[in-house]
Design a protein around this ligand. Structure first.
Ligand code: GDP
Length: 622
């Protein structure tokens, strides 16, 4: 009752939910935006739809017109009479730049300002790489979303009824078309299930909290678009708290930093709550520290009709949420997109606000576990940096340095400190940023690898492939130093010297080509041990078959080992320097153990470590 009273008292103070569109490239995000923006030409009126900076505002009247078809017989919506339906939201603010940049930047104190998102999926293609990335972002930020299953007009033989309710259109199709629709939808549902999401056609969705709704649409024919808008209305007004619908404390985020002729550097912001005024003293996060400045102008685009007007912008004395606005003010050159914007009120301590605004960047920097060894990252905005760091954290890739904005020489220098420490981390992962040719050249000279991508997990894939490559190279280089432990009993000697060829039993461990073998003898008088090096295994046979490796479990009768000594070693003779009473073992050393530990750790079994431990005292290794 209180809420009703308040609503009645201050309808003017209602604010609109904010909606973002995400999805893979070419799924139809832009086209879908165009379609919902398109107004009824016959009526010759824009219906109050207004173009803002980076956003489009749909007032409830426009929404009402666009969803009228949902109340017709055949739409299947069972919403009652149109005139009785209560549209509670004052309108909807749709962010115009589709994709993850705006979504990731629409943030405040770590939470998303996007109240609901549309994830566009091409019904002919199903889930694609950027769809998965979008799903991850939406999940990370706990943003409710619906799925537009777009391009239904491309189903073979689809007969279009422009701007119709989806179920009415589907009912009019031939059985073969309906069947194709079902098969493709089912396939998409399965793909969502693989991502751990329960997707259902929106009209079958009995639990909006648990299931993701699929809305079939065509951005070309407009079919399903009324369904989509109706669903947005219902979800926002049924599931958004009342608090969100009222104007309150200022909440404003920088989406883009842009240089505009005649205005200098401006910031495009989304005012998601509260009021902004010309002349306000504002604080935003900057590359080199907090920026405090004064709003010179609050601008929105000039309506298309007003072509006679010289300026491209309308000036405002005051702007209320939710709204996309361009702010012109001095000293915005170093502002960071994704930053939170604060207004200095009469009772505010400017220093506190500065700290608060920088807090997001510092807390991001601090959220990185400071490691001595790790990659450097560079992102265009606070939002994308946050998304990238989240991802690296969950992929357990350590980070040693962070940068925002274009890559400079100092960023390369920072990454280059890893070249000596850990070559695989002498890497700069760049998300959505530009790099000069000159800076790239410097990286090359310094031995820093740069990976650029605008999909986070492409960066991850490239980095993972690179580390695998480095590990492989390391293993190749280290292989001659690695000694695998074994103990052999001599059964007979096929050849006694140069080369020595022995028939053996593997008592323990594994035989490998390349392993140096020795016999350890103890002088009975002095108690001194003498290591007799026989040479390295140069070939192995089991039942006359040549092998590189023979495990203990593999041996049948007849393991033959050929042993050759290096030029610097003296040749040993079976029967004189050693005989069948001697046990032959791998000649491991401190250094060879270290190589196994550092480079082949994953390949050494527990039994082999135990064997190494047992061999150590015999070879005099502490
Ligand atoms: P975006 O990259 O997601 O913004 O995709 P666009 O909106 O630019 O669309 C990519 C291409 O798909 C364009 O050629 C569009 O005309 C086409 N397209 C978008 N939506 C539809 C649709 O519903 N049906 C058909 N047939 N084509 C579509």
């Amino acid at each position: 009752r209180m809420v009703e009273a308040k609503a009645a008292a201050s309808k003017d103070d209602l604010r609109s939910p904010i909606c973002c569109i995400l999805g893979h490239v070419d799924t139809g995000k832009t086209k879908l935006l165009d379609k919902i923006r398109q107004t009824n030409v016959q009526e010759g009126e824009a219906g109050g739809i207004t173009q803002q900076i980076g956003a489009t505002y749909f007032p409830v009247d426009a929404i009402r017109t666009k969803t009228a078809v949902m109340f017709k017989e055949g739409a299947g919506a069972k919403l009652g009479k149109h005139e009785d339906f209560d549209y509670k939201i004052p309108g909807l603010l749709v962010i115009d730049t589709p994709g993850h940049e705006s979504f990731t930047n629409l943030r405040s104190r770590g939470s998303s300002l996007c109240n609901i998102a549309i994830l566009v999926v091409d019904i002919m293609h199903g889930l694609e790489p950027q769809t998965l990335e979008s799903i991850r972002l939406l999940r990370d930020r706990k943003t409710p979303f619906i799925v537009a299953l777009n391009k239904i007009d491309r189903l073979f033989d689809w007969k279009a009824t422009p701007d119709n309710a989806f179920r009415d259109s589907l009912a009019k199709q031939k059985t073969s078309v309906q069947r194709e629709f079902e098969t493709r939808t089912q396939k998409v549902i399965t793909e969502f299930a693989e991502q751990g999401l329960n997707a259902v056609l929106y009209y079958d969705n009995k639990n909006f909290a648990r299931n993701v709704s699929l809305v079939p649409t065509s951005a070309i024919t407009g079919e399903g678009v009324p369904d989509m808008i109706m669903l947005l209305v219902r979800l926002t007004q049924e599931r958004m708290s009342d608090r969100l619908m009222y104007l309150s404390e200022l909440e404003c985020t920088v989406l883009e930093v842009k240089v505009i002729e005649g205005l200098g550097t401006t910031i495009d912001v989304v005012l998601s709550n509260g009021v902004l005024r010309e002349g306000d003293r504002i604080v935003v996060c900057g590359l080199n520290g907090p920026i405090v400045t004064q709003v010179r102008a609050l601008l929105t685009p000039q309506p298309l009709r007003e072509l006679r007007v010289k300026s491209a912008y309308v000036h405002h004395k005051e702007i209320k949420a939710a709204m996309g606005v361009k702010i012109s003010a001095p000293e915005l050159e170093k502002a960071i997109a994704g930053s939170h914007l604060l207004v200095v009120g009469p009772d505010d301590d400017e220093e506190v606000l500065k700290e608060e605004v920088m807090g997001e960047l510092t807390s991001l920097v601090n959220s990185v576990d400071k490691t001595e060894r790790g990659v450097c990252v560079q992102a265009s905005t606070l939002g994308s940096l946050e998304a990238l760091l989240d991802f690296l954290k969950s992929s357990k890739i350590p980070v040693s340095g962070i940068g925002i904005g274009p890559v400079h020489k100092k960023d390369i220098m920072r990454a280059s400190t890893m070249v000596e420490k850990a070559k695989e981390f002498a890497v700069l992962l760049c998300f959505d940023v530009t790099i000069d040719r000159e800076v790239e050249k410097l990286a090359e000279d310094m031995g820093v690898r740069i990976f650029k991508a605008d999909i986070i997990y492409h960066l991850f894939d490239a980095f993972t492939a690179y580390t695998a490559e480095i590990t492989e190279a390391k293993r190749r280089d280290a292989a001659p130093q690695a000694v695998w432990p074994c103990r052999l009993r001599i059964l007979r000697a096929f050849a006694k010297r140069d080369p020595i060829i022995l028939g053996v039993d593997i008592i323990d461990g594994t035989l490998r080509v390349g392993t140096p073998l020795c016999v350890v003898k103890k002088d009975p008088q002095t108690g001194k041990t003498d290591i007799i090096d026989l040479g390295k295994i140069t070939s192995l046979e089991i039942n006359h078959k040549t092998m590189d490796v023979i495990k203990k479990s593999q041996q049948g009768a007849g393991v033959a080992v050929k042993i050759e000594h290096a030029a610097y070693q003296t040749s040993k003779l079976f029967g004189r320097h050693f005989d069948e009473n001697d046990e032959v073992i791998s000649h491991i050393t401190r250094a060879s153990i270290d190589v196994l530990k550092s480079t082949f750790k994953a390949d050494v079994t527990t039994e082999e470590w135990v064997l190494i431990k047992n061999l150590k005292p015999r070879l005099g290794i502490p």
